[in-house]
Design a protein. Structure first.
Length: 299
C-alpha cells in the first residue's frame, strides 16, 4: 500500500481535505477530480510509493494518518461512529444517519435515527469546547439523546461541564469507542418550532399528513408562519416520534448501501454524508482504480 510522509500541519490539512464531499462529488460526476489532484500535488509522498498505485490505496494510507492519536481530524471520529455504531450496531434497513444536521444556529455532527434519535457531537483533539453548552441546548430541542464523542485530552473537562444526562464517549488510540457515561433520554426540552425549522418543507408536509392535517392553502410568503402556527399545537413527543419516522423515510441510506459496500473503508463515511446521484455510483467506483500518476494529470 502507498504510504504518506508528513511532518507539518499543512500536510495534515491537505490530507484531511482529501476526504471532503467536493472530492467525492467530482470523482462521481466526472471520473476525475481537479481538487484531488491539487491536494495530491501538495503532499510529500514517501519514496516507496509506486506511481502505479491506485488512488484507492492512497485514500487508505491517508486515512491511516488521520486516525493516529494526537493527529486526529474530525473525519476520524466520523468514521468511527459510522463503522462502529451505524454499521456495527444498527442496520441500514432500520436506521438512518444525518450529517451536519442544522438545529437552530448549530449543526449536529451526526445523528442516528432508529427507534429514537441520538446526536453524536464530535470534540476532537483539535476542537475547543467554547460552544458546547449552547450546542447541547439546541440539540435537546429536537432530539432525545446526545452523546459527546471526544479524546482523552478532553474527556475530563467534558464530564465537568455537560449535564449528567448527556452521554460521553471516548475514542481511544485504536479507534475503539468506549462509553464513559451513557446518554439518557430527555424529551422535556423539545420545541415544535425548532423541529419545524430543521426540516425540509416536504418533510413538514409529510408530518402534517401523518397527523391527518391539511397542508395550508396560503401563499408561499405566509406558508412558514402558518406551518409554525400548526406545529406549535402538536404534542411535542408525538411530533418527535413522527419526525423520526419521516426522516428515516426521506433520508434513507438504502440507496447508497450497494455503493458503500464497494468503497474502501476510508471512504464509506463520505458516501453517507455526500449527495451523490445514483447514476454516478459506478463512475465513482471506477475512478478509484486510477493510478496516482494519472490522477496528478487531472490538475
Amino acid at each position: 500500500m502507498a504510504t504518506i510522509r508528513t511532518n507539518e500541519n499543512s500536510q495534515l490539512a491537505a490530507i484531511a481535505r482529501l476526504f471532503s464531499p467536493v472530492v467525492v462529488q467530482e470523482l462521481a460526476r466526472q471520473g476525475k477530480s481537479r481538487t484531488f489532484a491539487r491536494l495530491l500535488s501538495e503532499l510529500t509522498l514517501a519514496d516507496a510509493i509506486s506511481a502505479s498505485d491506485p488512488i484507492s490505496e492512497l485514500f487508505e494510507s491517508a486515512f491511516a494518518l488521520l486516525t493516529k492519536k494526537d493527529l486526529r481530524y474530525e473525519y476520524a471520529y466520523r468514521a468511527a461512529v459510522t463503522h462502529k455504531i451505524l454499521l456495527g450496531v444498527h442496520s441500514l434497513n432500520t436506521a438512518s444517519m444525518l450529517s451536519e444536521f442544522r438545529v437552530g444556529t448549530s449543526k449536529a455532527d451526526l445523528v442516528i435515527l432508529n427507534g429514537t434519535s441520538t446526536v453524536y457531537e464530535i470534540k476532537s483533539e483539535r476542537d475547543n469546547l467554547d460552544r458546547l453548552s449552547a450546542q447541547l441546548a439546541s440539540y435537546f430541542k429536537v432530539f432525545s439523546r446526545v452523546n459527546i464523542i471526544t479524546s482523552e485530552s478532553h474527556v475530563e473537562t467534558v464530564l465537568g461541564i455537560v449535564p449528567p444526562y448527556v452521554g460521553v464517549l471516548l475514542l481511544n488510540k485504536r479507534l475503539k469507542i468506549s462509553t464513559v457515561r451513557a446518554a439518557q433520554d430527555r424529551l422535556e426540552d423539545l420545541c415544535q418550532l425548532t423541529i419545524l425549522d430543521s426540516l425540509h418543507r416536504h418533510e413538514a408536509f409529510e408530518i402534517l399528513r401523518a397527523f391527518d392535517l391539511s397542508i395550508p392553502d396560503v401563499p408561499n410568503t405566509r406558508l412558514h408562519a402558518e406551518l409554525g402556527r400548526i406545529f406549535a399545537k402538536l404534542p411535542a413527543r408525538e411530533l418527535h416520534e413522527c419526525m423520526i419516522h419521516v426522516l428515516k423515510e426521506t433520508r434513507s441510506l438504502l440507496p447508497v448501501s450497494e455503493l458503500v459496500g464497494a468503497l474502501p473503508k476510508s471512504l464509506k463515511p463520505l458516501a453517507f454524508s455526500t449527495s451523490l446521484r445514483q447514476q454516478d455510483h459506478e463512475r465513482l467506483i471506477a475512478s478509484l482504480t486510477t493510478s496516482v500518476s494519472e490522477a496528478l494529470t487531472w490538475a
